[in-house]
Design a protein around this ligand. Structure first.
Ligand SMILES: [Zn+2]
Ligand SMILES: [Zn+2]
Length: 157
């Protein structure tokens, strides 16, 4: 899905644009990046040195909640603007291979790894884990919590 044959675009004149809709579920972008879903609208523009890839993509992947470690989904939205050159050049690290295949995988991987949210949460008011016993405070009220409340009360009175 991320490998697009662009032979027909390369045969057009400079400035030719083709819109591509990306839509996929449950696949690996690379060995270290698995997505639950990916969608986006990308335009491929023929330029003198190759093809300009531009648009927006939205990726959904499962991750761990930053507070309670429960599995949750995180959505990453990122803009795409990159030139794929016909031959290896200093203009871009991305090239179209000799079979006229433009592989979006390495580009998307790079963008999504950088755009990954720093702290993903299962819900905005996640209570997290108890620092003392490790209980998930979204599910149970642990004993150490009650104890510390009692201690506080005894200090007050
Ligand atoms: Zn959580
Ligand atoms: Zn506890």
């Amino acid at each position: 899905m991320l490998r697009i044959n662009v032979g027909h675009i390369l045969s057009k004149c400079f400035g030719f644009v083709r819109e591509v809709q990306i839509k996929g579920k449950r696949f690996s972008v690379s060995s270290d990046l698995f997505l639950d879903a990916l969608c986006g609208n990308i335009s491929l523009t023929r330029t003198p040195s190759g093809i300009l890839v531009a648009g927006d993509i939205e990726a959904t992947s499962s991750t761990e909640c930053g507070r309670c470690l429960a599995s949750c989904l995180s959505t990453t939205l990122t803009g795409v603007s990159e030139l794929y050159t016909l031959a290896h050049s200093e203009q871009s690290e991305f090239t179209i291979d000799e079979n006229c295949v433009l592989n979006l995988g390495p580009l998307f991987r790079e963008l999504l790894l950088v755009a990954e949210p720093i702290l993903a949460l299962c819900c905005s008011d996640c209570k997290g884990l108890c620092a003392d016993c490790g209980a998930n405070l979204n599910k149970d009220e642990c004993e150490c919590r009650k104890e510390s409340i009692n201690k506080n009360l005894s200090v007050v009175f």
